[in-house]
Write a protein that binds this ligand. Structure first.
Ligand code: C5P
Length: 362
């Protein structure tokens, strides 16, 4: 069996999962803070943030793919002698790698990534609408509904089979999210410290919830589609990430062009109010995209579900400490139901072994 990839003796699988849980919580909190800590008239452009996310993630993925291309087994036989040893930056080696990268990135099936790319751009924009209009913890719990949509699309598109306990778990998930929504709908949501500071910043829970529901649909469909593309080919994950980001650029530009920035120069209007918190949000999102890829590679979506549910608890506690989020009984009840449902969904069926767990990406 091949050696388990590890860092300082700890398997990358666990490192990437814990990192994803912390990243998920950080993103929810920092994105929320970056949107509500200032009056709406001074808020930064979410479409700019989404475009920057794709540009940075694509560039980093390209750099990683560049360093890994030599390891691709498909080139083992056509590597000229003398190129396998010596300096990494030798010009002829660099040129060879660039040619190989070009061939991989512009592969005949690269267009397949355009579908998840468009869906993820929509999702990433909707995430800002949700984070602006919902409490960080409420957003995080509601966003768990993507397990439901992922399951539905897995059954529809991948013909995956779900066990009875998994269907039950999905039912409980919907109930749990519903309970959390009751407290939001009844006006029980605590005002954040920032909302109290800036009377102009008002949250529209219904708008936020609609954005979450739509984001859950795009998440499920994009995730399942990305899984289909990954499983049906041998291409390197980082090459797929480059293709994903490349196809995201055009749809990410659409809302920027439609919103017709002010009379100031195009670039300066793009970066209007783009302060430290906006950059922090983008950086955490870029990091998250890369860690998601690592989790898919070194672990699978089953454990990814656990990481996400762990991040609910982290965000919840942080919201209490940072945003003055008031704990209500319905919030705790709803969160507990969501956590139990997530656990139940991710628990393998031991019996006959004929039922495979949901959307595991190898
Ligand atoms: O929560 P969910 O798993 O749907 O979130 C996926 C997020 O990860 C999106 O923001 C998407 O842009 C990003 N992603 C990525 N690279 C992948 C898959 C997803 O950057 N290969």
């Amino acid at each position: 069996t091949p050696p388990v990839p590890s860092l300082c003796g700890v398997p990358l699988k666990y490192i990437s999962l814990v990192t994803l849980a912390v990243q998920n919580s950080l993103l929810t909190i920092i994105m929320h803070y970056s949107r509500v800590s200032i009056p709406p008239s001074q808020s930064y452009s979410a479409p700019t943030a989404v475009l920057l996310n794709e540009l940075l993630k694509g560039s980093i993925s390209l750099a990683i793919a560049f360093t890994r291309i030599d390891r691709s087994t498909s080139y083992a036989s056509d590597t000229p002698p003398g190129l396998t040893t010596g300096r990494f930056w030798h010009p002829s080696k660099v040129w060879l790698r660039i040619r190989r990268l070009g061939r991989e990135v512009f592969s005949p099936d690269c267009w397949k990534l355009s579908i998840p790319a468009i869906l993820y751009v929509i999702q990433n924009n909707l995430q800002y609408v949700a984070a602006t209009n919902l409490e960080a913890a409420t957003f995080q719990v509601s966003y768990q509904m993507k397990i439901l949509t992922t399951a539905a699309f897995s059954v529809l598109l991948l013909r995956k089979q779900l066990s009875a306990s998994q269907w039950l778990a999905l039912f409980f998930l919907a109930i749990g999210v519903g309970i959390v929504q009751i407290q939001t709908g009844m006006g029980g949501t605590a005002k954040t410290a920032s909302t109290l500071l800036f009377a102009g910043t008002s949250m529209n829970a219904l708008k936020g919830f609609m954005a979450v529901v739509a984001a859950c649909f795009t998440s499920g469909l994009a995730g399942v589609y990305f899984e289909m593309v990954l499983k049906n080919s041998q291409a390197d994950l980082w090459i797929r990430n480059v293709q994903l980001s490349a196809f995201s650029l055009l749809p990410a530009l659409v809302p920027i062009i439609l919103s017709r920035p002010s009379d100031a120069g195009f670039i300066s209007s793009l970066f209007e109010n783009f302060g430290a918190w906006a950059w922090a949000t983008v950086a955490i999102q870029v990091f998250g995209g890369l860690v998601t890829a690592m989790v898919i590679k070194y672990s699978d979506n089953i454990l990814k579900g656990f990481a996400t549910s762990l991040s609910i608890v982290i965000s919840f506690l942080a919201s209490v400490a940072l945003f003055d989020f008031q704990i209500t009984f319905t919030f705790i009840l709803g969160s507990v139901v969501v956590l139990i449902a997530t656990w139940l969904y991710n628990t393998p069926v031991r019996s006959s072994g004929s039922v495979r767990l949901g959307f595991a990406v190898k």
